[in-house]
Design a protein around this ligand. Structure first.
Ligand code: NAD
Length: 473
């Protein structure tokens, strides 16, 4: 049975109980997982609190070296981690390998930041010395979704640990395995007991308990808008700082002067990677009407060449598969036309596979253009002018990512500046770099992960002023 990892030990739930993973049919035998509750969450928080003084007070170089050892160990163990991730999620093994490498990259990147200066000296007036320092929050709760389980855990854990916090991590119910393996690996390379704890169970039980726990000083949540709202309500009572990394319905704008072959290649990648189960998927294509047919033709050709199970894996669970299937029906009922895929041809019930689907004849007000599907579905919408493209891109409750394809760099820069989203890709989609800050506008959330910026969200500034006139030798 897969159990919690608390204070350096694997432990079952205090009150017993377990559940079997939804996607267990992919495994040789059913995977049983301990079902945690508020008591287990409290035990994990207490363990993190006990480990905090020692962890925050060691030298930052020593913390950096620990993070580097984690990165090295992950790279050395990539096969085992990638296999476990593919088993939990169904994703193609090469994608899992890339995500494990990405997880190691986070730890490596934040390990190097220990050498950066962390405060400022403020020149205010003679006789007054003012400086700022950054301090950890304390115990940080990190709640992650199922689409990139280890990668997103690492994305949040690495800067949180670097900043001197200790962590209680709660992975999604259906993808607990690599988070537990990761905690074991961290212990193996010398991370002190209690610095990273993992507690398993339902979000509404264990996740809530973490957010409500008075000792938790900061929560970083990656997941859906409804759960983000629920957490925000609890946090409002506690005045608890949050990072919210939520969903998206990101638009890619293609102007008529673009390299259409490049645009087609990037757009297919944008909406089919991880079977579209990526928050920053490019799922709305806004295309200038003069090149609409040519671009759609190129996209359709590329989609037809994708190989099931190699380029595009299954949808993670029967439940999510049902959601994606329903959206195909919704799109068609609204009048969209499937240029490839669609409800008739697109599904494999047993394997949870949805063939990548491209809808044309879409109006931006349709549900297929406004709601996050979290499957490989692209909605194509025509525009005639730059102003119209910007208005359509911003006619969305979300604001996670955006793309612009244009040979006119001035136009591309204007549109990039006008799109309300946390990251914009020009003449590409989804630049993946640990250095590039990542986060949302509007319903896509607030706060930032990745880059140096993330460290600012896992630490708080203290200003210290010294009256030099009162200093005695
Ligand atoms: P989800 O919101 O259902 O669950 C996310 C996590 O929250 C899980 O660990 C879950 O157990 C936990 N949870 C559920 N209810 C909770 C509660 N009441 N209190 C505390 N925790 C609770 O999301 P999901 O279905 O796992 O993931 C898909 C969503 O995540 C999509 O909307 C996607 O866009 C978003 N996402 C965003 C990013 C980003 O960086 N912006 C990255 C990946 C996924």
């Amino acid at each position: 049975m897969l159990t919690h990892f608390i204070n350096g030990e694997t432990v079952p739930s205090i009150n017993g109980g377990s559940f079997v993973l939804d996607q267990a049919s992919r495994a040789a035998k059913p995977i049983e997982v301990t079902r945690g509750d508020a008591q287990d969450a409290a035990s994990a928080v207490e363990s993190a609190a006990a480990a905090l003084p020692a962890w925050r007070n060691i030298s930052s170089q020593e913390r950096g070296r620990a993070l580097q050892r984690v990165a090295d160990a992950l790279r050395a163990d990539i096969d085992r981690f990638a296999q476990a991730e593919s088993l939990d999620t169904g994703k193609p093994i090469e994608l899992s390998r890339a995500e494990v490498t990405g997880a190691a990259d986070y730890f490596e990147f934040y390990a190097t930041l220990v050498n950066l200066p962390v405060g400022e000296v403020l020149d205010i007036e003679p006789g007054l010395h003012v400086h700022t320092i950054r301090e950890p929050y304390g115990v940080v709760g990190i709640i992650t979704p199922w689409n990139l389980p280890l990668n997103q855990a690492a994305r949040a854990c690495a800067p949180a640990l670097l900043a001197g916090n200790t962590v209680v991590l709660k992975p999604a119910e259906v993808t607990p395995t690599t988070s537990i393996m990761f905690a074991e690996l961290c212990k193996h390379v010398g991370l002190p007991d209690g610095v990273l704890n993992v507690v398993l169970g339902q979000g509404s039980v264990v996740g809530t308990a973490i957010v409500e726990h008075p000792t938790v000083s900061k929560v970083a949540f990656t997941g859906s808008v409804p759960v983000g709202r629920t957490i925000s309500r609890v946090a409002a009572e506690r005045i608890l700082p949050l990072t919210l990394e939520l969903g998206g319905k990101s638009a890619c704008v293609v102007f008529e002067d673009s390299d259409l072959d490049l645009a087609a290649k990037e757009i297919v990648r944008a909406f089919t990677t991880n079977a579209g189960q990526v928050c920053s998927s490019g799922t709305r294509l806004l295309v200038q009407e003069s090149v609409h047919d040519a671009l759609v033709g190129k996209i359709v050709d590329r989609v037809k060449a994708l190989r099931e199970g190699v380029d595009v894996g299954p949808i993670i669970t029967q439940q999510q598969f049902g959601t994606v299937k329903d959206y195909l029906q919704v799109a068609e009922d609204e009048g969209a036309t499937a240029a490839v895929g669609g409800s008739g041809s697109a599904v494999d019930e047993a394997g949870c596979y949805v063939a990548p689907t491209v809808y044309t004849n879409v109006d931006n007000s349709m549900r297929i253009a406004q709601e996050e599907v979290f499957g490989p579905v692209l909605a194509v919408i025509k525009f005639s002018s730059e102003d119209e493209a910007i208005a359509l891109a911003n006619d969305s409750d979300f604001g996670l990512a955006g793309g612009v394809f244009s040979h006119d760099i001035a136009q591309a820069m204007r549109v990039a500046s006008a799109i309300q989203a946390g990251q914009i890709y020009i003449n590409s989609w989804s630049t993946q770099s640990v250095q590039m800050p990542f986060g949302g506008h509007k319903l896509s959330g607030y706060g930032r992960e990745k880059g140096i910026e993330a460290v600012n969200h896992y630490s708080q500034v203290k200003s210290v002023s010294i009256n030099l006139g009162a200093v005695t030798a």
